[in-house]
Design a protein around this ligand. Structure first.
Ligand code: FNR
Length: 377
């Protein structure tokens, strides 16, 4: 039959209905090397896979005959009110994905009322990003060998209105990311971690088959000798709260609290660092229990691809969840609108899950709302 106007309407492609629709759009737009950089993980990528598989072991326990006529996703984090507990994880070099880079991400996060954790490897300046941001910004740091550069970043972040420092503690060396090594992946000329000293960037641009420039660059820039004792140095540089990202065990959660961490992010870096580390979701309850009810807030990232996933992590004790790759898919697909689209979809799905689970506000999204079956040993 010939397609008439009605058929055309019926077969018109709808906009993104799920977060993975943005993944498809992004893949079509990105070149293979950038795609591999975004999607890839360390080693066998079994921790990347584990992050996703863990969510398939979640069962939700709905309660009924609860008034869910208004479901409130609002929360508070380190003193700032947030419209949604779904935020943006720190990821490097957003200009690889969109010409406006992190400025587009900030606009999208602001439109969604979401927290944005800016990577120290951002490709726009901290000040440019802050000028466009409508929501709270935190700055993620790696412990650089050159402490004067680190101190300068802390000062600039404070002056530009960033509200917390997030020290990533799971990357004393870069994970062995075979896709990037095979591709000889390097940061293209014209894109750079502009907040670092340009001299620190030279190795990141050197393309070399069989080697990832990022691994070489990280080895040059990041100080692998840092320990718990050094945290006092960072604390003394700024009044800003200090958040530790990349905690996966009760032991380290206790140490983090003892050393005055203002928050913790349970994360395995999206499976990009220690291959064989547990799925983030499997580590969450252990960390939350070790921190205790009176302890600091615990955030979560790793494998969240829907509002239902966010609900599960919140139920297991996370105060907020961060999205890494999904935000990059949105950014590549449609700039600021794509970022807002991904965050908005996750928040909408979260509110929907809250309604059908009979938990109309986040404090009611507690352990009684979820069962996480044990994973394979
Ligand atoms: C990251 N991540 C990361 N983390 C960090 O602390 N500093 C950084 O600069 C980066 N850069 C980065 C780049 C890319 C391309 C990805 C995919 C990830 C890790 C990130 O913050 C987060 O922990 C994970 O991405 C969360 O997992 P999902 O949501 O990607 O599954």
């Amino acid at each position: 039959a010939t397609a008439g106007p009605e058929t055309a309407v019926l077969t018109a492609t709808p906009g993104p209905l799920r977060i993975e629709d943005y993944q498809d759009l992004a893949q079509r737009r990105l070149d293979d090397q950038v795609w591999d950089f975004v999607e890839g993980g360390a080693g066998t990528e079994r921790t990347v896979d584990a992050n996703r598989c863990a969510f398939a072991r979640v069962t939700l326990r709905p309660r009924v005959l609860v008034d869910v006529s208004a479901c409130d996703t609002g929360t508070e984090l380190l003193g700032a009110p947030l419209a949604t507990p779904v935020g943006v994880a720190p990821t490097a070099y957003h200009r690889l994905l969109h010409p406006d880079g992190e400025v587009a991400t900030a606009l999208g996060a602001g439109a969604a009322g979401a927290l944005y954790v800016v990577s120290v490897f951002a490709s726009r300046t901290l000040e440019e990003i802050a000028a466009e941001a409508a929501g709270p910004l935190w700055l993620q740091l790696y412990w650089l060998r050159r402490r004067e550069v680190l101190a300068g970043l802390v000062e600039r972040a404070t002056a530009a209105g960033y509200r917390a420092l997030v020290l990533t503690v799971d990357a004393p060396q870069l994970g062995r990311r075979h896709r990037d090594a095979r591709n000889g992946f390097a940061v293209p000329a014209g894109i750079s971690a502009v907040n670092l000293d340009p001299a620190l960037m030279a190795s990141a641009h050197r393309s070399d088959a069989g080697r990832s420039a990022l691994a070489v660059h990280t080895a040059e820039a990041v100080d692998p000798s840092v320990t718990w004792a050094d945290l006092a140095w960072l604390r003394a540089r700024s009044e800003l709260p200090v958040v530790l990202k990349g905690i996966l065990t009760a032991e380290d959660a206790v140490l983090a609290v003892q050393h005055g961490a203002d928050a913790i992010v349970v994360s395995n870096h999206g499976g990009r660092q220690l291959d064989g580390a547990p799925a983030s979701l499997d580590a969450l309850a252990e960390v939350v229990d070790a921190v205790g009810a009176a302890g600091c807030p615990v955030l979560f990232d790793g494998g969240v691809r829907s509002g239902a996933d966010a609900f599960a992590a919140l139920a297991l004790g996370a105060r907020a969840v961060l999205l890494g790759r999904p935000v990059l898919w949105g950014l590549a697909a449609d700039g600021a609108a794509g970022v807002a689209g991904v965050l908005g979809l996750a928040t909408e799905e979260l509110a929907h899950t809250m309604a059908l689970a009979g938990r109309p506000a986040l404090p009611a999204v507690d352990r009684s709302a979820v069962v996480l079956a044990p994973g394979p040993a």
